[in-house]
Design a protein around this ligand. Structure first.
Ligand SMILES: [Zn+2]
Ligand SMILES: [Zn+2]
Length: 355
């Protein structure tokens, strides 16, 4: 019996050792296949006609291993729009196979919403071989943000063209062109763009002292999505979201942030505690977002800009609090890589996870 057992152990070690040695070559084979798949992936081209939302950053400004900083991609037909470009936005979009030409719309200029902008512009330019700069929509002030990024990337742009040649990195495609959005006096909203059947409306939200801060509504072939941007509970969002298919609303849990505030105080960090005490007043709780979804008749609610980070799924219940009781429709907490599809001519909303 002992001899059989010893034999089995030796056999297991040999097989295990063989597999271990084969790991590298196997991984190379997989990589060989994945490289081509990754380089030819084209999510925008592969989706059916309709309005689609991809979450390319569902976190907020806190360090979060699971969620990138704010980024929401909207695909309308074959057009790609990216709302906010938080840190890691470019890498996440690339990983999800979302490329091609794009237009960026900023909700406001808080650092976590723009700190991935340079890379998004670069990936579009060199990765997508574009010969025109990125168009960047935003509130007045967007000219300075664009100028700052253009200045910061001035050396990098030169290196890319010098290294790869103007055929691959045409100098005319480098950088960003700002498109300021002017809200008419006394108006809460303005149509920003109407092309290829896509209508984008910008609207004023309440994120003071950030002024103006914007949200966006997209309409395409009878389907619609509203993206709140950063805001406290706002009647303007509720008005824009009237009957919308999907409301993508920011969410901050005051209860969980209070835990961080108390923890900061106990740790002897009063200034950090003050930041934690300050932030709930210009964001929206999951419960209030659910009430807005209900009052506006939104068909589905996706909570994003998740603050604070939820390192374990078990925290999702405490994060939501009583939100599910306030809203009957589908309510999801966004995760990076979520795809929500609203086919043209339909009424359904399909949700699935990309990679
Ligand atoms: Zn934010
Ligand atoms: Zn903000």
């Amino acid at each position: 019996m002992k001899r059989i057992l010893a034999g089995l152990i030796v056999l297991a070690l040999l097989v295990g050792g063989g597999l271990y040695a084969a790991r590298g070559p196997l991984a190379l084979k997989v990589m060989e296949r994945r490289v081509v798949e990754g380089m030819t992936a084209d999510l925008v081209g592969s989706l059916p006609d309709g309005l689609h939302v991809v979450v390319c950053g569902s976190g907020g400004p806190f360090p979060d291993g699971d969620r990138g900083a704010p980024c929401t991609a909207v695909i309308a037909g074959k057009r790609l729009f990216i709302v906010d470009t938080g840190e890691a936005a470019g890498r996440t979009l690339g990983r999800l196979g979302i490329g091609g030409d794009s237009v960026v719309l900023l909700t406001h200029f808080h650092s976590d919403h723009i700190d991935g902008l340079g890379n998004v512009a670069l990936m579009r330019w060199v990765g997508g071989n574009r010969d025109t700069p990125l168009l960047l929509y935003g509130a007045p002030g967007v000219e300075r943000v664009a100028a700052g990024f253009n200045e910061a990337y001035i050396f990098d742009s030169g290196y890319r063209t010098a290294h790869h040649g103007p055929e691959v990195a045409p100098p005319s495609g480098a950088g960003i062109i700002p498109r300021p959005i002017m809200l008419p006096t006394g108006a809460d909203s303005v149509v920003v763009l109407e092309e290829d059947g896509v209508k984008i409306t910008a609207f004023r939200v309440d994120h003071g002292p950030v002024e103006p801060a914007l949200g966006y509504r997209f309409d395409y072939k009878g389907r619609s999505v509203v993206i709140s941007g950063d805001t406290s509970a706002s009647p303007v969002v509720a008005a824009q979201a009237k009957g919308v298919d999907l409301l993508v609303h920011e969410a901050l849990s005051p209860e969980l942030v209070k835990l961080l505030q108390d923890g900061s105080s106990r740790a002897g960090l009063p200034k950090r505690a003050k930041i934690m005490a300050d932030i709930p007043n210009y964001h929206t709780s999951p419960l209030d977002a659910a009430k807005i979804a209900r009052s506006s008749g939104a068909r589905a609610l996706l909570l994003t800009h998740i603050v604070p980070p939820l390192p374990v799924r078990a925290l999702e219940g405490p994060f939501l609090g009583k939100a599910r009781e306030a809203y009957d429709g589908p309510l999801w907490i966004a995760r990076d890589g979520d795809l929500l599809s609203m086919p043209a001519g339909g009424t359904d909303i399909k949700r699935r996870r990309l990679r």
